[in-house]
Design a protein around this ligand. Structure first.
Ligand code: FAD
Length: 196
């Protein structure tokens, strides 16, 4: 029989969270789009939470699949400081409806953090009890990120990436135009002085 495990790890994002959409951070949307396709193929389920620059992810599946993904995650440059909070055998998958659930829970998480005297989402300060409570909260909260929404946020982010890469080129063109105008003015001035 294949043994199932549940792994909870935390990490810090290496990107500065963008305020592009108030529903979901674009980098997180991209990670979810990829995760949902891959996890379905690999029989993995779980939940991903992102707050105050920190990830909290629970992965469930066969020990082989979970450990293999964790090895990949260790090499992903979008996050750093990965720390395993818990790794245990389970009898059944608890996120069986989700290849990767994502929830936005400002109020619920703030309440939970407050109950532990925490002001921001800093899972590096979580003890075993807090990890369990956070996971229960993620279990009970509704996911509103369907594929259409994720694709939409991904598209907005790509358009922004394009604008960013195009801006320096436009600035260079503008500078060249001013330079050409100045050269023409100097030449015209010299011509006028010469003719006088
Ligand atoms: P591709 O998507 O083709 O990627 C190839 C390589 O490029 C990989 O090494 C990947 O890490 C890197 N890469 C891709 N996009 C970017 C980018 N925008 N910036 C930097 N590097 C990039 N994957 C899952 O399958 N399931 C999960 O549950 C899951 N959860 C994740 C949670 C977090 C917090 C993060 C940061 C990533 C997560 N990923 C997850 C992504 C995972 O790390 C790999 O990127 C992904 O599994 C690789 O998919 P692929 O083999 O189809 O390769």
């Amino acid at each position: 029989m294949t043994s199932l495990i549940q792994l909870i790890y935390i990490s810090r994002s290496t990107f500065a969270p963008a305020e592009l959409s108030n529903i979901i951070e674009p980098n997180v949307a991209r990670i979810l789009l990829k995760s949902r396709v891959n996890n379905k193929k690999n029989g993995l389920v779980g939940v991903l939470y992102f707050g105050d620059g920190c990830f909290f992810q629970c992965l469930e599946g066969t020990a082989e699949s979970v450990d293999q993904l964790y090895e990949t995650l260790l090499n992903d440059t979008r996050h750093k400081d990965l720390k395993i909070l818990s790794r245990k055998s389970i009898d059944a998958l608890s996120f069986s409806d989700w290849s990767m659930k994502h929830v936005q829970l400002e109020d619920g998480m703030i309440k939970l953090l407050k109950s532990q005297g925490l002001k921001t989402f800093d899972p590096y300060n979580f003890n075993a009890e807090m990890t369990k409570n956070a996971l229960e909260l993620l279990h009970s909260t509704k996911d509103v990120t369907d594929a259409v929404l994720l694709e939409d946020v991904n598209l907005q982010a790509s358009q922004l990436d394009n604008q960013i890469t195009q801006t320096p080129a436009r600035q260079t063109d503008y500078k060249s135009l001013i330079l050409y105008a100045l050269i023409v003015l100097v030449l015209l001035g010299s011509l006028v002085i010469f003719l006088k």
